[in-house]
Structures are given as structure tokens and as C-alpha cells.
Design a protein around this ligand. Structure first.
Ligand SMILES: [Zn+2]
Length: 49
């Protein structure tokens, strides 16, 4: 288990219980809520699968 920081709201969350996650620039980013991921994706493009 690892603590990660939601870059949108600054909340510290567990990577295993994150509500949403995505890969951006080769790094996995975790979010506390899907809404935070949506906000993040306004300024960051997700990596192609
Ligand atoms: Zn958040």
C-alpha cells in the first residue's frame, strides 16, 4: 500500500482505494474522485493505451 497525493485537491489517499487513476506522461496518477480526474484531464492528456 502506498500513500499518494491527488494533484487536483491535494488530498492524500491510498493508491489501492483511489476512486480513479490514469497514466499521464508514463506515470500513474491517482485521484480521490472521478470528478478530480476530469478536472486533471482538462490540462493533462492521458497516455494512449
Ligand atoms: Zn481529489
Amino acid at each position: 500500500m502506498a500513500k499518494v497525493k491527488d494533484p487536483v485537491c491535494g488530498m492524500t489517499i491510498e493508491s489501492t482505494t483511489a476512486a480513479a487513476e490514469g497514466r499521464y506522461g508514463g506515470a500513474t496518477v491517482y485521484f480521490c474522485a472521478a470528478a478530480c480526474q476530469k478536472t486533471y484531464e482538462r490540462s493533462h492528456r492521458p497516455d494512449p493505451r
